[in-house]
Design a protein around this ligand. Sequence first.
Ligand SMILES: Cc1cc2nc3c(=O)[nH]c(=O)nc-3n(C[C@H](O)[C@H](O)[C@H](O)COP(=O)(O)OP(=O)(O)OC[C@H]3O[C@@H](n4cnc5c(N)ncnc54)[C@H](O)[C@@H]3O)c2cc1C
Length: 442
Amino acid sequence: MKPVPVIGAGLAGSEAAWQLAEAGILVHLYEMRPLVKTPAHQGEDCAELVCSNSLGSHLPDRAGGVLMAELRALQCHLLPIAEAHAVPAGGALAVDRIPFAKAVTKSLEAHPLITLIREEVLTIPDGLCIVASGPLTSEALSRSIEKLSGKDHLSFFDAIAPVVLGDSLNRDSIFKASRWNKNADEGDYLNIPLNKEAYQTFINNLLQAECHPLKDFEASDPRAKIFFERCLPIEILAARGEDSLRFGPMRPVGLEDPRTGKRPYAVIQLRAENLSGSLYNLVGFQTHLKYGEQERILRSLPGLENVEFERLGSMHRNTFLDSPRLLTSCLEWRERHGLFFAGQITGMEGYLGNIGSGLLAAQSLIQRFKREEPVPLPITTVLGGLARHVATAPSPSFQPMKASFGALPPHISPVSKKERGQAYAKRSADDLARHLHNGCPQ
Ligand SMILES: Cc1cc2nc3c(=O)[nH]c(=O)nc-3n(C[C@H](O)[C@H](O)[C@H](O)COP(=O)(O)OP(=O)(O)OC[C@H]3O[C@@H](n4cnc5c(N)ncnc54)[C@H](O)[C@@H]3O)c2cc1C
């Protein structure tokens, strides 16, 4: 049997390779790291989480939680590994990123039908194939994809938030709490409260700080100035208005400072990066400020006076296809049967959605392998809704989307937000069960 190439051992490619192998298909999983690096990955393991360590909400009435339930029903392989490496994060599933990636790598390497090949793929191979090379697809492969699509991809920028050492924080100025949970013992986040004066000083500092110059290839790209709306750097948010951060990542709602018994004017939240709590991510603090400026401004905040940085914030190219023109809702290239795309490059956004897209592309490929027509997932499922968005959203203004009830056909019952979420969850579970019962691959 000729092995099926899967290009890129990120979240999508790792899940896809594993799905194919479990279906008895021989897989060559290509990963260019560590020989060729990306601007965001730090290690060489498969399924590395490049920025936040959160896979989103696991609450059953939220879109993220419904997607998790769907992935379980579809026998996803990466989700149980993520759950086995969970760190406390309130209603979210956050993972200890390094052991998670190591566990995925070990399982893939141990699989008898998967060969992990450390090599940069330069061109799209003929025949059955899954391309899951991510938002930082290498230049040579990007050119090959452009040749195939006959048109440019879209590019924009994503930003990474700083990560700090837990024992360098001054806990006297910090309180522990999860939003809306008054019991401090159960708080999963560290919170730095700011009064009005401290907040305004911080905003002024951000507005006056220097940013990195764009790299040559970035500066020459007219689309470089299009920031991804859902991942805006803090300095861009600050420039949009004095209160933007206070209503965004620094919102204090649901948090009470136990020392004053009051809601602070603004809050900086830190989320554990690992179980030992040795590293913390500044939630929503992605930034493109110069490194020295980041250190200076963040150390001027209470609790961070002597903070040590494990990683500073940064901003990178993010590449995705004009998918509605190119892909079907089974993630197959419209003009070439057997060629599938998965992951962020398709415009399916979010770690969990990317894992799901790898699963979906693999299930679709398995059907082609059996000489069957790939069957899309029900559009009432979160994963099916995302796939439909990718295949049918208006092009060329196509923008990536992450798990959201907004991508699904509306549910007709006029109920509360919670009941609405529960109704979407039930409809998804029922329709997916019917889909699987009808013999679609699992
Ligand atoms: C800077 C940055 C920050 C982000 N932050 C977040 C976040 O906080 N939360 C979130 O949900 N999403 C975030 N994303 C989006 C994130 O990339 C995805 O959610 C997820 O990592 C994508 O999974 P993937 O499998 O598509 O790509 P990746 O995980 O990037 O995997 C693609 C793999 O393909 C490899 N590769 C690339 N080209 C080749 C080639 N030619 N040959 C062989 N291998 C190749 C790469 O080395 C990589 O390992 C961020 C993206 C960027 C760029």
